[in-house]
Design a protein around this ligand. Structure first.
Ligand code: UDP
Ligand code: MG
Length: 324
């Protein structure tokens, strides 16, 4: 219902907000933003930048300040610590004023040359969501690629939403942003949640460019955390798997029970010590794993119930202000 209230007129003068989360990108952020800005200027796009510094420890913030100095099209937000890209995106989306909002990375892995095409799809073809779809995933190691594939497969199988080639490079209409802001959960997964929203969508393929500088912030542990968060936010299938597993074990137990009783009554019962140990080990580990899965969901509920803010802002500068 909120979405319809927020419908905007689409004209060549519509404002595009670019939401860019950055973390430890100090050594190239100025030039990267410059490159993006040039594309926008060349294509006569009316724009504003909302750049969110996700608690960087390097010179990112001072670079952003000097970028915003005298440029009233740049708004910079500093989070009080590193909350993670997902939270930084939430902060950016909250402050974006545009009729359309483009979410992109700050390391030029999302090609700025595609922006005019995306805006055109919104303006002239009437799409509400224009998403960048990865043709190729760029330079990645094989284990990482295999894990990513498995992760997307799990999500696809359990929720029917195919995120395999999806990226965070997306242009959203104002009404989609408003609908997204209505989603109440604390732990967000932008890619998945925006797919869940629906709306008229168009996909535009792109090749993931090499990182301009620095290296990816996603360590294996962070990726696993993101994957668990994404899967458990999306689906309760793992919980049903426990039930299914329990039923299978029960059926096995009935068969084995009957066989054991039969052997006992017919006086042919053997020592069976190995079987007992094996059964204990299997059942023990199955119970532990199941408890673990339930525990993950419990933690999620606990965090959601606590309802802490998704991020805290420690500094906020609208470009052109005296404060810069
Ligand atoms: N990022 C962030 N907070 C983090 C990690 C990353 O805001 O805790 C930003 C980062 O600066 C970049 C974008 O999210 O603009 C994508 O991060 P990265 O390039 O490390 O990820 P990859 O491209 O390898 O998936
Ligand atoms: Mg990157």
């Amino acid at each position: 219902m909120i979405s319809i209230d927020k419908a905007v007129d689409r004209t060549v003068n519509s404002l595009l907000s670019l939401v860019i989360p950055v973390y430890q990108e100090g050594n190239h952020i100025k030039s990267s933003i410059g490159i993006i800005e040039n594309v926008l200027i060349e294509n006569n796009i009316v724009y504003e930048f909302i750049i969110v510094d996700d608690g960087s420890l390097d010179n990112t913030w001072s670079e952003l300040r000097s970028l915003a100095n005298g440029n009233d099209r740049i708004m910079i937000i500093r989070l009080s610590r590193n909350f993670g890209k997902e939270s930084a995106l939430c902060a950016g989306l909250k402050y974006a004023n545009g009729d359309m909002v483009l979410v992109m990375d700050g390391d030029l892995q999302h090609p700025p040359e595609l922006i005019p095409k995306m805006v055109d799809a919104w303006l002239n073809e009437g799409y509400d969501v224009v998403e960048g779809i990865k043709h190729s995933r760029g330079k990645e190691n094989r284990i990482y690629r295999a894990c990513a594939k498995f992760f997307y497969y799990l999500i696809y199988k359990s929720s029917d939403i195919n995120l395999g080639r999806a990226s965070d490079f997306k242009l959203l209409d104002r009404k989609v942003v408003e609908a997204w802001k209505e989603l109440p959960e604390r732990a967000t997964f932008f890619r998945g949640m925006s797919a869940w929203l629906g709306f008229e969508r168009k996909e535009i393929g792109f090749d993931v460019a090499h990182r301009v500088n620095g290296k990816t912030k996603w360590s294996l542990v962070r990726l696993i955390r993101l994957a668990i968060n994404a899967i458990t936010s999306y689906t309760s299938v793992p919980l049903h798997c426990i039930t299914l597993f329990g039923i299978i074990m029960f059926l096995g137990a009935v068969v084995l029970g009957v066989q054991t009783l039969f052997m006992k009554l017919s006086g042919r019962a053997s020592d069976g010590f190995t079987t007992v140990i094996l059964l204990l080990l299997i059942i023990g580990s199955a119970i532990m794993t199941s408890l673990g899965i339930i525990g993950i969901y419990l933690t999620k509920i606990y965090k959601e119930v606590k309802a802490r803010p998704r991020y805290l802002i420690s500094d906020f500068i609208r470009g052109g202000d005296d404060k810069c």
